[in-house]
Ligand binder design. Sequence first.
Ligand code: ADP
Length: 382
Amino acid sequence: MENKLNQKIAILGGGQLGKMLIQAGSRLGLSLSVMDTDRDFPAAFVCSEYVCGDIRNYDDVLAFGMNADVITIEIENVNIEALEELQRRGKKVFPQPEVLKVIKDKGKQKMFYEGNGFPTSEFALYKNADEVIKSIEKQQLEFPFVQKLRTDGYDGRGVEIIKSKDQLSQLFDKPSIVEELVEVDKEIAVIVARNSLGEVSTFPPVEMVFHPTANLVEYLSSPANISKELSLIADDIARRLAESLGIIGLLAVEMFVDKNNKILINEVAPRPHNSGHHTIEACVTSQYEMHLRAILDLPLGQTIQIRPAVMINLLGEPDYTGSPIYHNIEICLAKSGVYPHIYGKKETKPYRKMGHVTITGDNLEDAIETARFVQKNLKVIA
Ligand code: ADP
């Protein structure tokens, strides 16, 4: 009888998401190999085998994948042609290359939403800055609007909010989408898992809570502070989207709730996601285990949240570069419900993601209070 746990898994990308995927897989006794360019990347210290190679290079990806039964990713920026070839050669590639092609390109993503009746903001596609400017001159496009690079943007890089003529010099001169500036009330996310049997399971919606003055996410909270009705709508959108895409694995669906309480899809990621870190401590099954269960065709497991949770990112302090010191970690660990995840990056740099901390509490208010304490005290310096 086939033992699904004996399948060899290859992960493209050696970052923190890869590391946490391996930690979850290790509990199940799985063999997980990683490929990336630097032996000092977070996943390198926990995987069964580390291969040095470029995840964007056809030959590297093909050779790496041929040694495994199932190939998956922890970042979208991979060589899709090699993944297609691996699939032709009988390997299981999840998320599937055809799904990755749609998601990697924000233009194709938006067209998919529009073509399949999913709610999203109005948009248009442009080849370069000149085309955008011409469109403004012809009064087909009005300020304010949001311009996004179609490919290779992440963590807000590759997104510009253009409010007036004076800001036109900030336009990207590359293929982009331009979308209406949504009047955002809340930003939420739902992580959904789907296996090849078509079973689908969702985690409760999470909220990205923005700092009242600085334009930055202050923390993520789960459950999101939204009505039951909105929560059900968000859940339904995520499920239907996973089914429409036919994805096998995890899909993180980022959504806006606008001022009229309407939910719009912002973008998706076909892998474990920042908005699901807390599931390790707060849910019955973590998003990482869920991804592995989905791609190995195992039963999906429960997503029930056991305790309210808050997640904060641990970024390098602005004035420090060098070997990291986690200042005040002990007074934070002395508080109940504080779970730091230190990614193990060898060098801290200003604003580099060095780790995250999940804080659980008897209720969300307690967790937020402790999170603020951790945020104030735990500093990554050098
Ligand atoms: P990335 O892929 O780099 O994370 P996003 O598309 O998620 O980029 O955009 C980053 C942030 O910019 C969002 O979290 C949101 O705060 C803001 N944003 C993006 N698109 C819009 C929009 N159409 N209207 C209003 N705010 C937006």
